[in-house]
Design a protein around this ligand. Structure first.
Ligand SMILES: C[S@@+](CC[C@H](N)C(=O)[O-])C[C@H]1O[C@@H](n2cnc3c(N)ncnc32)[C@H](O)[C@@H]1O
Length: 155
């Protein structure tokens, strides 16, 4: 099984880039993980919000096959880190090729994505940037491996 984090939009902030690379490196000691940045869907002033989100969805739909799909959304279900770790552990037994985390673009996700979601998960009720969510989820995935392997994690 392989983990994937898929996000709409590039990561431009250097300290976030650095943080994500660090967590991906640490996670890879436990599990293969891939970080995929999908280019933005054009100019927001030239296409309707509906079309913009649909363009995003069309680019990521292919990643939903043979995968446990976790859609990140501030309106989603909240877990503490132990609950999240247990959930991931359970998902690993489902026999799918991937566990994929989907992070939306500036307008959020198109509604179509929710139909194929195995889990809609919120990190908080607050809205964060796609960059921050990428960093937070990478850290929580790493934390979940530490928890599931009974390893100490001090920070
Ligand atoms: C800038 S936000 C988009 C906000 C957009 N207005 C909406 O209503 O979805 C970009 C993406 O970050 C993720 N995100 C932002 N805050 C989040 C939170 N608290 N929990 C989980 N995901 C979040 C979601 O995937 C969202 O689509």
């Amino acid at each position: 099984m392989k983990y994937r984090i898929i996000l709409i939009g590039p990561i431009k902030t250097s300290y976030i880039k650095k943080g994500i690379s660090q967590y991906l490196k640490w996670i890879s000691k436990f599990q293969k993980i891939e970080f995929i940045e999908i280019p933005l869907s054009g100019d927001l002033n030239k296409i309707s919000p509906e079309q913009y989100k649909l363009n995003d969805y069309n680019k990521i739909e292919k990643y939903m096959e043979n995968s446990i799909n976790i859609v990140l959304d501030e309106r989603g279900e909240n877990f503490n880190s132990i609950e999240f770790a247990k959930k991931l552990d359970k998902f690993q037994c489902y026999g799918k090729k991937y566990i994929t985390f989907f992070i939306g673009g500036p307008l959020g996700h198109h509604q179509k994505i929710y139909q194929s979601a195995d889990l809609i998960m919120g990190l908080s009720k607050m809205t964060f940037t796609h960059e921050m969510v990428s960093l937070f989820i990478a850290e929580q995935i790493f934390r979940s491996f530490k928890i599931n392997n009974n390893e100490k994690y001090h920070y």
